[in-house]
Every structure is written in structure tokens, then in C-alpha cells.
Design a protein around this ligand. Structure first.
Ligand SMILES: Nc1nc2c(ncn2[C@@H]2O[C@H](COP(=O)(O)OP(=O)(O)OP(=O)(O)O)[C@@H](O)[C@H]2O)c(=O)[nH]1
Ligand SMILES: [Mg+2]
Length: 243
């Protein structure tokens, strides 16, 4: 198993598994001048370089570096880990499961060609799972809020939401937490996951409701099953990390 989906590791997980987190000396170019298909292909190649970096149960166990980080957040079972696996085209990079609450640590994955890391994906545990004891829920909400407020190298947040449930109270709290950072330039995307469960009309409706709720932020329908929205999200993440 290449990451922890169980309880806290016995030793602090702050030692990256790769030798060094070198910021790319010759940063990957912007693909803004390419056509959309070529942009997506380039972005998917970049995402495919993802490899497990480290796992942390607590914020102070996260390694500090200047690499831009993209956090995947959202309710438990929304499809965060599955989304990371589809984007990176790796079946079991992030631990996805039918059982809600499977991701219990912050798991980091390094991205970049030729061993030169130029960004990091962070798979976060979901919130809102009813069966989690109240104390644990509160603790995790605090960890999450602290992560979103204090993680200095955080450049982008992808909020995953099952459109059949819509954005919930906890999602709204998260939006409030990150709003000041979005105003300062933090990139933000709402992904409506499991779009394969909606017909075209329902999808369009879910999209417009989420756009309203996200206060004009970017919203995208996504299906890991049907690979819907994958190219668009990949291209967006690449452009965010290589402006
Ligand atoms: N139909 C369908 N099911 C999906 C899709 N994406 C994820 N799922 C399923 O939803 C369940 C939860 O997926 P995960 O990726 O583990 O969800 P998560 O958000 O990481 O969950 P936690 O780690 O508990 O926070 C799994 O059974 C997935 O197979 C999708 O696009 N379509
Ligand atoms: Mg998960």
C-alpha cells in the first residue's frame, strides 16, 4: 500500500519519499497558444507523472516547500480520490472506496516531468460523514480550515460536490473560509462529480445552481465513469500551475 488510509502513522510523515523536491529549473511552458486538444494532451501527460509523495495526519507533519499545491476537498464520498486517479490516469494512486471516510490523512502526490517536481496534488479527507463521531468531525473541520487558511503554497482548491446533494452547509462554510484567499488570487473550481448519474437537463440545472452558489466561480460537470470533463479540468490545472 503506498499511502495510509488508516490511523495516524507512528512516526511523523514529514519526510518526502523522493530524494528532493527540486523546483523545476526550466519550468514547463504555458500551453495557452496550443489548440484545446493539444493543450489537454499536454496536461494529461503532466498529470500522469504523479507519484506518491507523503501522507500526514496532522498539518505540522506536512512538508514545507514552495511548490504550488492543488487541494481536492469536499464531502466524504464526493469522489475526490477517484477524480485524482482519473486525472493522473493511475488506478490506485489515491485510495478510493465505496465506504465513506476512507481517506483519513492528507495524501500528497508530486507532479512534474523528468523527476522535476513542479506542483503537488493534495487529496484531503472528506467531511460530513454522518457515522464519524462528533469530536472527530469537529477536529477534522478545524484541521481543514487551518490547512486552507495557513498553507502558504496553496495555489488552487478544487471543491468536489455530488450534484444530487448540491453544495451543503459544510461546503458553504468552506467557501467562506477560502473567500479571502480567492480574492487574493487563490484559484478555485467547483467540480460536480458523478455527472453520469444525471441526464442532460439535470446536469444543466445542477450547473446553473452551483454557479449561483459559487458566487460566479468556475463550475464544471465531471464524471470519472464516463471521463466527462477530464480534459477540461486537466487543462485548467496545468494552466493554473504554468501561467
Ligand atoms: N458513478 C460514479 N461513481 C463515482 C464517480 N466518482 C467516484 N465515484 C464513486 O464514489 C465513491 C466514493 O469515491 P471516492 O473517490 O473514494 O470519494 P472521496 O471523496 O475520496 O471519499 P472520502 O475519501 O471518504 O472523502 C466510490 O464508490 C467511487 O467509485 C463518478 O464519476 N461516477
Ligand atoms: Mg478519498
Amino acid at each position: 500500500m503506498n499511502q495510509s488510509d488508516t490511523q495516524a502513522p507512528s512516526s511523523p510523515a514529514n519526510t518526502p519519499e523522493e530524494p528532493a523536491l527540486t523546483v523545476s529549473a526550466s519550468p514547463s511552458p504555458s500551453t495557452a497558444t496550443l489548440n484545446p486538444a493539444a493543450q489537454a494532451k499536454h496536461a494529461m501527460g503532466w498529470l500522469h507523472t504523479a507519484r506518491f509523495l507523503t501522507t500526514a495526519a496532522q498539518l505540522h507533519h506536512l512538508p514545507a516547500y514552495e511548490l504550488p499545491e492543488i487541494a481536492f476537498v469536499g464531502r466524504s464520498n464526493a469522489g475526490k480520490s477517484t477524480c485524482i486517479n482519473v486525472l493522473t490516469q493511475q488506478k490506485r494512486l489515491a485510495y478510493a472506496s465505496k465506504t465513506p471516510g476512507r481517506t483519513q490523512h492528507i495524501n500528497l502526490f508530486a507532479l512534474g516531468r523528468q523527476g522535476q517536481t513542479d506542483a503537488v496534488l493534495a487529496d484531503l479527507p472528506g467531511y460530513g460523514y454522518a457515522a464519524v463521531p462528533k469530536q472527530d468531525k469537529i477536529r477534522w473541520q478545524q484541521v481543514m480550515a487551518n490547512y486552507l487558511l495557513t498553507r502558504e503554497n496553496l495555489r488552487a482548491v478544487v471543491l468536489l460536490c455530488d450534484p444530487r446533494h448540491g453544495l451543503t452547509d459544510l461546503d458553504d462554510i468552506l467557501l467562506d473560509v477560502i473567500r479571502p484567499r480567492v480574492e487574493e488570487g487563490l484559484k478555485f473550481l467547483v467540480l460536480l462529480t458523478k455527472a453520469d448519474k444525471l441526464n442532460r437537463t439535470e446536469g444543466a440545472k445542477a450547473l446553473s445552481i452551483a454557479k449561483l452558489q459559487a458566487g460566479g466561480g468556475q463550475v464544471q460537470l465531471f464524471s470519472a465513469l464516463k471521463k466527462q470533463g477530464v480534459d477540461e479540468v486537466a487543462t485548467l490545472l496545468y494552466e493554473w500551475m504554468h501561467p
